[in-house]
Ligand binder design. Structure first.
Ligand SMILES: Nc1ncnc2c1ncn2[C@@H]1O[C@H](COP(=O)(O)OP(=O)(O)OP(=O)(O)O)[C@@H](O)[C@H]1O
Ligand SMILES: [Mg+2]
Length: 252
């Protein structure tokens, strides 16, 4: 069953200026519930624009966007913000941690807002910080942590709410290869065990090979789609490398 449906999506930046920029051009795609979708493409191909619109952070110029049977166009700001708070987890490039709060208070922020009981909060915090290897920074402030640690804290903050859908733009961007791999193992586990839908942007083919479906963007359009199906991860990885290098070379 589709949890996200996008039809003829168009995004034009600065439409009334002398230089309007068409970032997405009549793009259509479907994400099924429980999918682990990866979006790849060259820099400037429209990945961040697409994931921002899919996650209701940005508005489309044109096109239909349906999330969980709800047409975004008919929702008011209040309804959208409620959906963002309760159903969506965001992991974006700028971590948006609150500087005046310790890491653990950043992570627990939404659970406290929702008045989840204390024992459950601590249990979830402990489990996630262990999985993400951030136990030693829980009492620190964001400014006292490295970029990679802040990114993992932001990931913990998104995951602790157990959202239905996770949108992640370059979630491994400031992680080393070991941490990146561990995060993908965690994503896969959440995807399989909780049936959480994941939509992730990455430029890293190895990271992408953890997905179950991959869309490749070129100039604001989907130029290729491949699926993992029953293939071994290694085989899927090779297929990904194959399409990404071909696409890169086509621009030379
Ligand atoms: N706020 C904006 N105003 C005008 N143009 C924009 C804006 N945001 C993005 N663009 C342009 O739209 C196109 C798509 O940008 P987008 O950020 O979606 O690319 P991307 O695929 O995420 O690239 P990267 O891999 O570098 O993050 C680019 O040409 C970019 O310059
Ligand atoms: Mg981007």
């Amino acid at each position: 069953m589709a949890i996200i449906e996008i039809e003829n999506l168009k995004k034009v930046y600065n439409p009334y200026s002398a230089y309007p920029k068409v970032a997405l051009n009549n793009l259509s795609l479907k994400v099924d519930e429980g999918d682990f979708v990866c979006i790849m493409g060259a820099s400037g191909s429209g990945k961040t624009t697409l994931i921002s619109i899919m996650s209701t952070i940005d508005d489309a110029t044109n096109g239909k966007i349906i999330i969980g049977n709800k047409n975004i166009a008919t929702m008011n700001e209040n309804e959208k913000s409620k959906m963002r708070k309760n159903e969506i987890g965001f992991i974006f490039q700028n971590y948006n941690l609150i500087d005046s709060l310790r890491i653990k208070d950043n992570i627990l922020f939404s659970l406290r807002l929702n008045k989840i009981n204390k024992e459950e909060q601590i249990e979830k915090l402990n489990k996630l910080s262990k999985q993400l290897g951030i136990e030693e920074i829980l009492d620190k402030y964001p400014s006292q942590c490295s970029g990679g640690q802040q990114q993992r804290a932001a990931i913990a903050r998104a995951l602790i709410m157990e959202p239905k859908i996770i949108f992640a733009d370059e979630p491994t961007g400031s992680l080393d290869s070991i941490n990146a791999k561990e995060l993908m193992v965690l994503f896969r586990k959440i995807n399989k065990m909780n049936n959480t839908t994941i939509v992730m942007v990455t430029h890293d083919s190895l990271v992408a090979s953890y997905s179950s479906k991959l869309y490749y963007l070129e100039d604001g359009k989907i130029s290729k789609c491949i699926e993992k199906e029953n293939k071994k991860q290694e085989e899927y990885y090779k297929e990904i490398i194959n399409i990404t290098t071909k696409m890169d070379l086509s621009h030379v």
